[in-house]
Design a protein. Structure first.
Lengths: 926, 374
């Protein structure tokens, strides 16, 4: 077979992608094991195979999202290991990763997400509008264009993902399980849409991974994969003939090495014994849930008896998940009531929680814990006896086929295996009720059959009540009873057969689509009609594709990221307000709080002399505004104790015989102890005490000898420049501005990149034409604007709030602030590119900015007085130079000419930081 | 019993999560070792290598003596400049002090005319400006005195003042800086770790998952508090024993155990505060901002950077509610002044009260948000 491939590849245009001996490893696990494959052009090519066989890895390699480790991958006539080729062809590839809307931005609306991608691919305004309108109406998403993506149902996210992928007329469309978790009607619409688009662009190749064999049967070409290898590749008909199978499911199972025929046979449902007298396990009466004006669940009632398998089917976003959340106590109902085991649902009822197992739609286990650790943690939390836990974990692993991956991290697993893990976790404590929200989405057919075998076993043998929602009609057909939901309402509840019958349909799927279309016909006419009237992709579309901007640097792509980042910022008014006003608030706190003036020092006297002279000396100190006298010290022990306790900062001892010695001129001595625990304060105290002592001596001398004596030999006229009163405020305010202008913009920017890494949308950087520099600069701009806003606020506050005027050039200060904020945000981006989690980004930025900015940048001590690494950091850190400029313009009445030396390091810092960040950022996943 | 067991299990989970983030671990280690070391050794003495420039128009024996009297560590060797240069150099922040010795200075001194020197001080550098000018005053007078009275016996002052600094006789800034940096790290890490861990759970949907299990908010919160406290406390103990006492050779007084006990209470208060911030903030960026806005005042106004008594009364009063204020006071008392439990019990009590209040308050808020979550 590999010989064919080489030939195919050589023939050129008929092949869109060609892989030779491709291998890929994640740590010790081998995801792809010598794949050699030619993917024919202009066709729909399906990749089928169970979870974890390497389909997603294969797609990521073809899309260029992941770096090639071994073998060669040629796509659209060039080598994907070559970065130049990748950049050249990435506008011709569209990649939709697995997972519901993983590459979309949840706080942005449907329209804004689509607009972001359109701009990224460089369409002009009119062209953008036209394409978006067309795609949105064709997918029936037009009605939701202003809804935030985070509030869409899974199916709608998938449709939007497709719209985003199609916005730039790709030549190769790569869809990784696009219909997973999508309801049958939407699925049908989805494929119709693809068909229409292909009709308009016959040259387009589509590569799809799917878990639905009925979909696969309609593809032009199929690739069956298993265990990192290609089992067979050919047309569906050829596969059926070769294996002599009746269905593709069967064909696939026959292709498997070892040929485990039994595994794939449908799990037959044992009919449930008619036990209508069984106790009611779950009951809902008139459940209603409203979110603002939107009614998600509208007067839903049902009653599920013990041991029943009750199915919930319905279009995406019809309220299934919300209903389930109400039953688990996660969401309070707006109206109506629900009971579990005859008790009203109570979120505080710990005992009931033990009897319920719940699995959410999206994966919600700990991605930092291994499969085994996740299972064990939940077993412990449900209070299973400790000695039974390993056995129980092992049993669940065996039941759900997790043995081989017990020590893997969930993030490294394909969706199907993660779903199985979620299920295993939901069942670990042997619950009496299982509430499962689309548990089999993304799970391969073989695993699904196994899953149903377990479900049936649980229900029939252990009498477990199962409440399950699904989009697979062949699963719904196995439920004892089914509720069909649409737009928050239950349309019908009965046995699957009865529902089909009532509708006069052949199967449940037909009945389902019939019901929904009837509803849609009465409600959302424009959807289908709109799709029909839209001239299916304009014939001219193909011609416009070359317009795509392929230059090495595009402002349009850059601004596309700027817009996106800014929109996200605007959607978050709390963040915006805090960023804008927070710095002002901090300035007030710090401006008044940081004070170098030492006042109100506590002191006490141990007066062993108790004479007029000794009291006079004491009065000399206590009369000063710097000192506050405390009750006199009684003994040396007392002195020691009070110094130790920090009650007094200064202790004076006047020895016995002081007055006598003074009178005789016999070397009288006074001792003073200063609390040295805070050296800077102790220094100041020392200066004060010495000063007061001299003052007292001079006074004494004048008393004795008249005014002539006592004038010093030399006098020093001290001029405190720039700040004649030596008050803290004018010195601190100009220094606080640089401090705040680095801390806040840096921390905001620091989350910008790592956040996309953590939430998955970083894949857009990998597969779209955007370059690293465009990506970084685009993200930087909104934070730059925000930083300048807070600069303006801080300056106004300094001038009018604190009364510290800018005596020098305001233009110079502003220009410097602009460059400085640029450096600060670049610093944040730099941290963001090398950390892996948002926590690390926060901690790292706080650590890396606060210490140099507060300690090494001349805020309190001049940089010239520092040594070693601190001096080095201080010399290169941007804050140092901006502090010089800020103090120069605020206090020293300087202009650009005087401060140009300080500009240079700032100007150097910006490109260095951005360049480093761009160098550290990866354009492909490794 | 169940509460304790679950709290323990969930806490172990937190620790495992942390272990999965190697960069975070590196940052923690760096924060408690090298970064403390650098910061502590970088802290210059209040007057350390102060840059000074001298304009010598006298060029006499006395003026040369005065110039020679400025040397490290207090001052940088003085730079001789012209009168024109001085303004520019001060404007550029190159010198903190500019001393002008007028022509005829030596003659006037010998004649007993009490001549005046002019000292220009860059008062934007408050710390050096104050102490430095009094030093310069003393040096100039001392040198002149000696010069004039070379042949005479110096009349001893009628009263001598003997000044000694207790607890840190040489007023070594490193001693002070090392412990204060440690205190800052403890505060920062406890707030970030606990708050961010909570937000992370919410952003990944695992919080919701916990809520359908027989786990109470108290257990979820308690777990984060104890797990993060273990990390921070462990790092602090290491930093205290190895970095501060070992490498920096700071002679710590008092009981390290008492200090760590106080640190535990402080961490308890700070992690509770972190969780509170994590509840108020909906996303990680919001948390980042909130954290900065809390952390800066907590650190700068705690009395660890500038003396508390010189802050405005209202700030002093408000900061009594901050755990850092008490922790800084407690650390200084124990580690520098060797104070025992009998001295620091008010701080310990204050930390316990603040911690408990923050914990209970956060718990109440946590319960409330969890109920309205969906």
């Amino acid at each position: 077979m590999s010989g064919d491939v080489r030939e195919d590849c050589a023939t050129g245009p008929a092949v869109v992608a060609c892989l030779r001996d491709v291998t890929l490893e994640y740590g010790d696990t081998r995801a792809l094991n010598g794949i050699t494959l030619a993917i024919p052009a202009g066709q729909i090519v399906g990749v089928i195979g169970p979870d974890g066989v390497g389909k997603s890895s294969l797609f990521a390699l073809i899309a260029g999202a992941r770096a090639i480790q071994g073998g060669s991958v040629e796509v659209l006539g060039g080598d994907m290991a070559n970065a130049r080729h990748r950049n050249a062809i990435c506008p011709r590839i569209a990649y939709m990763p697995q997972g519901l809307g993983r590459n979309l931005y949840p706080t942005l609306s449907v329209y804004e997400n689509l607009d972001f991608f359109a701009r990224l691919f460089g369409h002009g305004r009119d062209e953008r509008e036209r394409r978006m309108e067309q795609l949105l109406s064709a997918t029936g998403m037009a009605a939701f264009r202003d809804r935030p993506v985070g509030k869409l149902s899974g199916g709608m996210k998938q449709k939007l993902g497709l719209c985003c992928a199609l916005i730039h007329d790709p030549d190769l469309l790569i869809l990784d399980e696009p219909t997973t978790g999508v309801d049958p009607l939407s699925r049908r619409q989805f494929w119709r849409l693809i068909a229409r688009i292909r009709a308009g662009r016959p040259g387009m190749s589509v590569l799809v991974a799917t878990a639905y064999m009925d979909e696969a049967a309609g593809f032009d070409h199929l690739v069956a994969m298993h265990d990192g290898q290609v089992l067979q590749s050919g047309t569906p008909r050829a596969l059926l003939e070769q294996t002599q199978a009746r269905s593709l499911e069967q064909a696939f199972i026959r292709l498997l090495p070892g040929n485990n025929e039994a595994a794939g046979t449908p799990a037959d449902i044992t009919p449930r014994a008619a036990t209508d007298d069984a106790p009611v396990a779950i009951e809902a009466r008139g459940l209603t849930r409203r979110f603002g004006d939107f009614t998600a669940v509208d007067n839903v009632s049902f009653r599920i008896r013990r041991g029943e398998i009750f199915g919930f089917i319905g279009s995406n976003g019809c309220g299934k998940t919300t209903t389930m959340k109400i039953l688990t106590g996660l969401l309070p109902a707006s109206d109506g009531e629900a009971w579990l085991f005859g008790h009203p649902v109570d979120p505080h009822d710990i005992a009931t929680r033990r009897r319920v197992g719940y699995m959410t739609q999206s994966f919600s286990l700990y991605s930092e814990l291994t499969v085994r650790q996740n299972l064990a943690l939940h077993a412990r939390l449900f209070g299973l006896p400790a000695d039974g836990i390993p056995a129980r974990v092992q049993a669940m692993a065996g039941r759900f086929g997790l043995e081989a991956i017990m020590d893997a991290l969930p993030d490294a697993l394909p969706l199907g295996e993660r779903q199985r893990l979620s299920l295993a976790v939901a069942m670990i404590h042997g619950p009496e009720i299982l509430i499962l929200d689309e548990p089999t989405s993304g799970v391969d057919p073989v695993a699904r059959e196994n899953f149903w075998r377990i479900m049936i076993d649980l229900a029939r043998r252990d009498n477990v009540t199962i409440f399950i929602s699904t989009h697979f009609m062949n699963e719904a057909e196995r439920c004892d009873r089914v509720s069909l939901m649409h737009a928050g309402k239950v349309l019908a509840t009965d046995t699957p057969a009865a529902i089909a019958q009532a509708r006069g349909a052949e199967s449940l799927e037909e009945a389902f689509i019939g019901y929904l279309e009837a509803e849609a016909g009465t409600q959302a006419e424009p959807d289908e009609a709109g799709a029909a009237t839209t001239p299916t992709p304009k014939p001219g579309a193909q011609d416009e594709a070359p317009q795509v901007n392929r230059s090495a640097f595009s402002l349009r792509r850059l601004f596309s990221y700027t817009r996106r980042e800014a929109l996200e910022l605007l959607r978050d008014p709390i963040r915006l307000t805090m960023a804008a006003l927070g710095s002002g608030l901090l300035m007030i706190v710090l401006g008044y709080g940081i004070s170098m003036d030492v006042e109100d020092l506590t002191f006490a006297v141990l007066d062993l002399d108790q004479t007029t002279a000794s009291r006079d000396y004491t009065l000399n100190l206590s009369g000063s505004r710097y000192f506050l006298e405390q009750p006199p010290i009684e003994s040396h022990e007392d002195m020691d104790r009070r110094l130790r306790a920090g009650e007094i900062g200064l202790a004076i001892e006047i020895p016995g015989g002081f007055a006598r010695d003074l009178a005789r001129g016999d070397g009288a001595q006074i001792s003073a102890w200063i609390d040295g625990s805070m050296p800077s304060r102790a220094e100041t105290v020392r200066g004060y005490v010495q000063g007061m002592h001299q003052h007292w001596l001079a006074g004494k001398a004048r008393e004795a000898y008249g005014d002539a004596v006592g004038s010093g030999l030399v006098s020093v006229e001290t001029r405190f420049r720039y700040n004649p009163e030596v008050s803290s405020l004018p010195a601190m305010v100009p220094a606080v501005i640089p401090l705040l202008l680095i801390l806040i913009p840096a921390i905001l920017a620091a989350l910008a990149v790592v956040r996309e890494k953590e939430l998955g949308s970083i894949v857009n950087l990998y597969v779209t034409p955007v370059t690293r520099l465009e990506f970084l600069l685009g993200k930087q701009i909104p934070y730059l604007v925000l930083g300048m806003l807070s600069y303006a606020l801080l300056t106004v506050l300094a001038i009018y709030g604190f009364g510290v005027p800018v005596s020098g050039s305001l233009a110079t200060l502003t220009a410097a602030a602009f460059i400085y904020v640029m450096a600060a945000t670049a610093f944040g981006l730099l941290v963001s590119t090398f950390v892996r989690s948002q926590i690390a980004a926060l901690f790292g930025t706080a650590l890396l900015t606060m210490l140099p900015a507060v300690t090494f940048s001349g805020l309190l001590n001049p940089v010239t007085s520092m040594e070693g690494s601190a001096r080095f950091i201080g010399d290169i850190f941007p804050t140092t130079h901006f502090i010089t400029i800020a103090r120069g313009t605020f206090s020293k009445a300087l202009g650009f000419h005087d401060l140009q030396d300080a500009f240079l390091p700032l100007l150097i810092a910006v490109p260095v930081l951005i360049g480093l960040a761009a160098a550290l950022l990866r354009k492909q996943e490794r | 019993m169940r509460v304790l067991r679950n709290t323990f299990q969930l806490g172990v989970k937190e620790l495992r999560s942390l272990l999965r983030d190697p960069i975070m671990l590196v940052l923690i280690i760096w924060a408690f070792t090298l970064s403390i070391y650098t910061a502590a050794t970088a802290m210059p003495e209040t007057l350390y290598k102060a840059p000074i420039a001298i304009i010598d128009d006298d060029r006499s024996a006395l003026s040369l003596r005065i110039i020679d009297a400025f040397y490290p560590p207090y001052f940088m060797p003085p730079l001789l400049i012209s009168a024109e240069q001085m303004d520019a150099r001060m404007d550029a922040g190159l010198d903190t002090f500019g001393l002008y010795i007028p022509a005829g200075f030596e003659r006037d001194v010998l004649a007993g005319n009490s001549p005046a020197l002019q000292l220009n001080v860059d008062a934007t550098r408050m710390a050096q400006a104050f102490t430095g000018s009094s030093y310069i005053n003393a040096i100039v007078n001392g040198v002149s005195n000696e010069f004039v009275q070379r042949n005479r016996e110096q009349a001893s002052q009628p009263v001598e003042l003997e000044l000694r600094a207790r607890f840190n006789p040489e007023l070594n800034q490193t001693w002070f800086g090392a412990v204060m940096e440690l205190v800052n790290r403890i505060t920062m890490l406890s707030i970030i770790l606990s708050g961010a861990a909570l937000i992370r759970e919410r952003e990944h949907g695992t919080l919701e998952h916990l809520l359908v299990m027989p786990v109470t908010p108290l257990e979820i919160m308690g777990a984060k508090v104890w797990a993060m406290a273990v990390v921070v406390l462990g790092s602090s103990a290491f930093a205290l024993a190895v970095v501060i006492r070992g490498f920096l050779e700071v002679p710590l007084q008092g009981s390290a155990w008492l200090f760590l006990g106080g640190a535990t209470l402080h961490i308890f208060a700070c992690t509770s505060m972190g969780i509170f911030l994590g509840i108020v903030a909906r996303t990680m960026p919001q948390f980042g901002l909130l954290m900065m806005m809390t952390l800066l005042p907590l650190q700068i106004l705690s009395g660890g950077m500038t003396p508390r008594e010189s802050m405005p009364d209202i700030v002093q009063t408000l900061m009594l509610a901050a755990p850092t204020t008490h922790f800084v006071a407690l650390s200084q008392a124990i580690l520098y002044r060797g104070a025992g439990f009998d001295v620091v019990w008010p701080q310990l009590a204050a930390l316990a009260v603040i911690g408990t209040a923050l914990f209970l308050f956060s718990l109440a808020r946590f319960r409330k948000t969890l109920q309205s979550m969906g």
